[in-house]
Design a protein around this ligand. Structure first.
Ligand SMILES: NC(=O)c1ccc[n+]([C@@H]2O[C@H](COP(=O)([O-])OP(=O)(O)OC[C@H]3O[C@@H](n4cnc5c(N)ncnc54)[C@H](O)[C@@H]3O)[C@@H](O)[C@H]2O)c1
Length: 254
């Protein structure tokens, strides 16, 4: 179910840190500078992904909305098209190869190529320790948070290259998390999730070097605590406030 953010994109920018190269806010200030650009945003029917998708479209980009449920995709596409924005959408569970293929095909069908890939889809199925995470939890977290951005990029890359004569051919944005920094003394609360988000720092650095010769830029966004469904557990789960409580908690949205 789509829920608009109670904090706008601009309002959470000051708490975000962007590793390497330029900041998203510098993109957001100039109107319609992204005309003829194409952006694919995963997990864009809610939260941070929705705000990024809307902002890119407001700046003139054609945006492909995607998430796990058709109903949510349809709803967000409808909302943004009513705002006069150029968007299309498709269902894509980023952990499923066939869904990633459909996402690529949708982008090509509507736009013929891709300039921006924003990998916002992320999960945390468990509040608990690293060593307390089951194999199922590990598989889900690593598949969605770490493997999927790399696999989707490898599928999209041929369509990001040779997109014009500009200096930068494409841009990839991968959200990590500053919860790694905010809760360094409570790693037992977000164990496997923290590991996955740390892996994204390595993925970003590796891809940035790998894709630099192709003039494709790779940035890692490290958001602060943003008020979304995803982060609700941090504000509501008492174990984040009292170090004594060690109850495990299943998240609703996963
Ligand atoms: N909210 C925060 O405070 C915060 C802080 C740091 C990092 N992050 C990261 O930002 C990203 C977005 O978080 P958010 O707070 O906007 O969450 P959110 O729950 O508001 O939105 C996440 C979106 O991703 C979608 N999604 C989930 N699993 C998916 C999958 N397997 N395939 C495709 N789509 C999927 C959901 O349907 C939803 O639309 C996540 O990667 C999260 O780790 C969030």
């Amino acid at each position: 179910m789509f829920r608009p953010l109670t904090w706008g994109w601009k309002s959470f920018l000051p708490s975000a840190t962007l590793l390497s190269m330029r900041s998203i806010s510098s993109v957001a200030n100039s109107s319609l500078k992204l005309v003829n650009k194409v952006a694919v945003v995963t997990g864009s029917t809610n939260g941070i992904g929705f705000s990024i998708a809307r902002r890119l479209a407001q700046d003139g980009a054609h945006v492909i909305i995607s998430s796990r449920k058709q109903q949510n995709v349809d709803q967000v596409v409808d909302i943004l098209q009513r705002e006069g924005l150029s968007v299309a959408g498709t269902v894509c569970h980023v952990g499923k190869a066939e869904d990633r293929e459909r996402l690529v095909a949708t982008a090509l069908k509507h736009c013929g190529g891709v300039d921006f890939l924003v990998c916002t889809a992320g999960v945390n199925p468990l509040v608990g320790s690293t060593l307390g995470s089951s194999e199922q939890v590990w598989d889900k977290i690593l598949s969605v948070n770490v493997k999927a951005p790399a696999l989707l990029l490898s599928q999209l890359l041929p369509h990001m290259e040779n997109r014009g004569t500009q200096e930068i051919q494409g841009t990839i944005l991968i959200p990590s998390s500053s919860l790694l920094i905010c809760f360094p003394f409570q790693p037992q609360k977000l164990g496997a999730y923290n590991v996955s988000k740390t892996a994204l720092l390595g993925l970003t650095k590796t891809l940035a070097v790998e894709l630099a010769p192709k003039n494709i830029r790779v940035n890692c966004l490290v958001p602060g605590l943003i008020k979304t469904d995803f982060s609700r557990v941090v504000s509501t789960e008492k174990s984040f406030c009292t170090k004594k409580k060690k109850k495990k908690h299943q998240l609703n949205h996963c």
